[in-house]
Design a protein around this ligand. Structure first.
Ligand code: DHB
Length: 477
């Protein structure tokens, strides 16, 4: 009798559990478990300074990382796990995880199409690290009915969901989920910077909930950014500060507009209250040229020239007569440097009046392909000098800006940073990455920064240095 009662009671409880879990969706998290036994084994070769290496790795392809994807082709990821380098067996169960962001131009990354690790990922595998290669939505995503579904902040929301997925699978997914190191270039560099500064920020909570992100935190261990296109809301003014007097092939841009933007930059730069190195004091729009020259541009040129064989160095200096070489040191003016690299974009460089640049298109919405995201362009467009960017859009613009999260002291800002740019990159002002650098340095973070001399957008003349750096900051051998 008692036994029968207990049995009925137990069955009742079981039914109640299923009903409750069905309603709450709690059981859904189970579908976010990493399919650790579902891989294929692949091989590839990679050139390293140690010679060519043969890598054998497990390839896990196209794994959805959220419960309610808007488009699974994009909201899925690949995982590559090294098992052998040459003939040496690798145990990657506690290795750093390279989180490799391949987004460019703020466009989507289709994970259904990407099937193998890129060059940087191959180097990471050769060092014994795990690689996660996430897809994400982007400004180009559109349903057949014409609706857009990848406008800001979709890409960063997806990348955070992918980080949460990895951490949720701690102990199942190979690698140390507390050693996630993000990397990307340009738009990808900007997204990497946002991952590094906005860990667990509540602005993203509802977006993450909506797509059914795994129940885990999204802070990471370190962030690497090559030529990051960040601080978009101040990029137009910074661009005029740097390139305002440099003609395009078609001639100078509208100098009256350029001056207005440059004036706005003075106030903006001062508001950041960035402290320069040593006894430089506050960096402002007037001394920034000197700061860049002294701490970044001249050292970069010095290293480049010192490393050149004599005859090639002579030839280089002959071709670049704006560079003075004396007593084994370079010297040149900022004006000559900027003239040398040239202006690339029109005015405004990002929030252009025709909204053809990637950025207004990034800030569109479901039904609008492109929107202005600066007061300057909103005012120009409307002819109303008091017009402002819509408040809801301002929040989204902030969510796409790494500096915003540092300024607002987000509690999970990454300590270790690897920042790289080419000195000839004219996609955005050189001040953008140096502002990010200086802000991080002022908060006592560990910033490994270098500008590659004569390097362009996304230049990387030291790919192995980055891989070694991951070993150093994690202490992983
Ligand atoms: C990229 C380049 C740009 O000039 C830009 O404005 C945005 C993104 C890129 O290469 O990702």
């Amino acid at each position: 009798m008692v036994k029968l009662f207990l049995k009925k009671y137990f069955i009742g409880l079981l039914i109640a559990y299923f009903i409750v879990s069905e309603i709450s969706g709690a059981h859904d998290q189970k579908t976010l478990i990493f399919p650790v036994n579902n891989f294929s084994v692949r091989t590839t070769t990679v050139k390293t300074s140690d010679g060519q290496k043969k890598i054998t790795y497990r390839s896990y392809l196209h794994i959805p990382y959220v419960i309610n994807p808007v488009d699974e082709d994009f909201q899925s990821l690949n995982v590559y796990v090294p098992v052998k380098v040459n003939d040496k067996k690798i145990d990657a169960s506690n290795a750093p995880i390279l989180f490799d962001i391949e987004a460019g131009g703020f466009l989507s990354v289709n994970n259904a199409k990407s099937q193998k690790p890129n060059d940087r990922a191959n180097l990471a595998l050769s060092a014994g690290y795990v690689v996660v290669s996430p897809g994400c939505r982007g400004r180009d995503n559109r349903f057949p009915d014409g609706k857009y579904y990848g406008k800001a902040p979709a890409a960063i929301v997806d990348l955070k969901a992918a980080v949460r997925y990895v951490r949720y699978n701690k102990g199942i997914i190979p690698g140390n989920t507390e050693w996630i190191v993000s990397v990307g270039c340009s738009a990808g560099g900007a997204l990497s910077a946002i991952l590094g500064t906005s860990g667990n920020n509540e602005l993203f909570d509802n977006y993450l909930k909506e797509i059914g992100s795994a129940d885990a935190s999204d802070n990471i261990f370190a962030a690497a950014c090559y030529s990051p296109i960040t601080d978009l809301d101040h990029a137009d003014m910074a661009y005029e500060w740097m390139f305002g007097e440099i003609p395009l092939r078609s001639g100078l841009v509208d100098q009256s507009l350029s001056k207005q933007l440059k004036e706005a930059y003075v106030g903006y730069q001062f508001s950041l209250k960035l402290r320069g190195k040593g006894d430089f004091g506050i960096i402002d729009a007037y001394n920034y040229q000197d700061y860049l020259l002294k701490y970044y541009l001249i050292p970069s040129a010095n290293k480049y020239l010192k490393d050149l064989p004599d005859s090639i160095q002579k030839e280089y200096l002959k071709k670049n007569s704006w560079i003075v070489w004396q007593d084994n040191q370079v010297n040149y003016t900022f004006k000559d440097y900027v003239t040398h690299i040239g202006r690339m974009k029109g005015i405004p460089a990002f929030d252009d009046f025709n909204m053809r640049q990637p950025e207004p298109i990034l800030f569109g919405n479901d039904t609008t392909d492109a929107r202005h995201f600066t007061d300057f362009s909103v005012q120009y467009d409307s002819g109303n000098k008091y017009a402002k960017v819509d408040e809801q859009l301002v929040t989204i613009i902030n969510m796409m800006n790494a500096l915003y999260f540092i300024q607002h002291e987000n509690s999970n800002i990454v300590y270790h940073w690897w920042l790289r740019n080419g000195t000839s990159d004219n996609h955005t002002s050189q001040t953008v990455m140096i502002n990010l650098t200086t802000k991080l340095q002022n908060l006592n973070n560990d910033v490994n920064i270098w500008l590659f001399w004569d390097g362009g957008h996304c230049a990387d003349y030291d790919p192995e240095g980055f891989i070694e750096w991951i070993g150093i900051i994690t202490g992983y051998k």
